[in-house]
Design a protein. Structure first.
Length: 433
């Protein structure tokens, strides 16, 4: 539920596993040992008090703003003024994301769409400046309220959406992994080899698919830092970032956590680009690839070249400027330098082509664009051509069109993702024997 209005979710230290009892202890966001978050099975949420009692806000800087937001979502927004709203948000948010009038309208729309919300706990232990609060609507729906504040304590991130699954890490290789001075959240389930590793998004995005595949082999997902702001359980990373940064951190995380290889990398969208770079850099670690509407290393360069020939000069100039200029941090917390990332991947593959391995390519069946005065057919044809080129990276690869799905194949066709990951896992096992 992005402000304004509702939206659905996608499906999207030395390792210390959290216990699997009814209340699982987690990291202390206060830094002073005064309050420890733990999982309460009765509410399917993380809490700071007794599971039998009403949920409580922790003593962290963000809690004052969370209390105000919960008051608004609990009915207070019906009388909220623009002046009061403006006092709670950073100047950058009000300038870049939405002005006070739109904030008021958006908060009221939450009540209009789902009714008043009641505090139920946290999706995972909050940080001092970011949290995902779980609430209950009158009709029983679970709504997540994600919020973040700047150094002055003003809100700079706010999003409502239908709540993702509450992920409680259990068993080996699950929990927070300390790399480069930051904590990265890793979830592994199942047993066996090769280990499937999902690339892009959050553990919640892959939750159902991962649970299904865990009967076949070991499967891991992790929260990509900065992705979707407070919804990432991993601590934020410095920006801008490139594919090389992501691949290096993934390799370090898997090694630090001791996750057994080899790996079948399943990369979605830009995650396909990262998976190709990983397979080129660490060939002995990768036993197979599943590219899920993955970005080709030449996509942006070739798309710009094509559109330059098809669009009027003024329209192309606007498109090129927008395509090559990063959005403000509050609109795009990841800040991925995609041009550099593609150049890194092209150079790596030129120097070290993929070694022979099973490969599956899944491509969307519903066109991504259908805009007037736009070369939609040519745009789609280029994407399909590049998907064919990805499939041609390995002899005997499989290339399937995900009928009934747009770009978000894991959400719309999880059955297809599960089937192709399973096929590549079995092919990788056969190749080793």
């Amino acid at each position: 539920m992005n402000l304004p209005g509702l939206a659905t979710t996608s499906a999207l230290i030395l390792l210390a596993s959290l216990p699997s009892a009814g209340t699982a202890a987690a990291a202390d966001p206060t830094g002073g040992g005064r309050a420890i978050a733990h999982y309460c099975a009765n509410r399917d949420a993380y809490e700071f008090g007794r599971c039998a009692a009403s949920p409580a806000l922790p003593p962290i800087p963000l809690s004052g703003q969370l209390r105000w937001l919960l008051d608004q979502a609990g009915g207070g927004a019906t009388t909220l003024t623009e002046a009061e709203a403006a006092g709670h948000f950073s100047a950058e948010y009000l300038q870049v994301v939405m002005p006070p009038a739109r904030v008021v309208e958006a908060l009221r729309s939450v009540i209009t769409e789902v009714g008043v919300l009641t505090f139920a706990g946290f999706s995972f232990p909050p940080r001092a400046d970011q949290a995902v609060v779980l609430t209950s609507a009158a009709g029983g729906q679970r709504i997540a309220l994600a919020a973040g504040v700047d150094s002055a304590g003003r809100l700079e991130y706010l999003q409502f959406q239908f709540a993702p699954p509450t992920v409680v890490p259990r068993g080996p290789y699950s929990g927070m992994v300390r790399i480069g001075g930051r904590n990265v959240f890793l979830r592994c389930t199942g047993h066996g080899s090769p280990t499937v590793v999902f690339e892009l998004g959050q553990t919640t995005d892959w939750f159902a698919i991962q649970n299904s595949l865990a009967a076949t082999t070991r499967v891991c997902s992790y929260d990509l830092p900065n992705a979707n702001g407070p919804f990432s359980r991993s601590e934020p990373a410095p920006t801008p970032r490139t594919a090389a940064d992501i691949v290096t951190e993934l390799h370090t995380m898997l090694a630090t956590a001791g996750v057994p290889g080899p790996y079948v990398l399943a990369g979605f969208s830009n995650g396909g680009l990262y998976s190709l770079l990983y397979a080129s850099r660490y060939p002995s670690d990768v036993a197979g690839l599943v590219l899920i509407d993955g970005v080709h290393p030449d996509y942006y360069a070739r798309r710009l070249a094509m559109l330059k020939q098809l669009l009027p000069p003024d329209a192309y100039a606007v498109f090129e400027r927008e395509a090559t200029t990063a959005l403000p941090r509050l609109l795009d917390p990841e800040q991925i330098d995609i041009v550099t990332s593609q150049a890194q991947t092209r150079a790596a593959l030129a120097a070290h082509p993929l070694r022979p391995m099973p490969l599956a390519v899944l491509t969307h069946g519903i066109p991504a664009e259908d805009r007037p005065d736009w070369p939609n057919a040519e745009d789609e044809a280029l994407w399909l051509q590049l998907q064919d080129e990805l499939a041609a990276l390995e002899p005997g690869s499989t290339h399937l069109i995900a009928a009934g799905s747009d770009h978000d194949i894991p959400l719309n066709r999880p059955d297809l993702v599960i089937a192709q990951v399973t096929r590549v896992v079995h092919a990788a096992r056969t190749a080793r024997n």
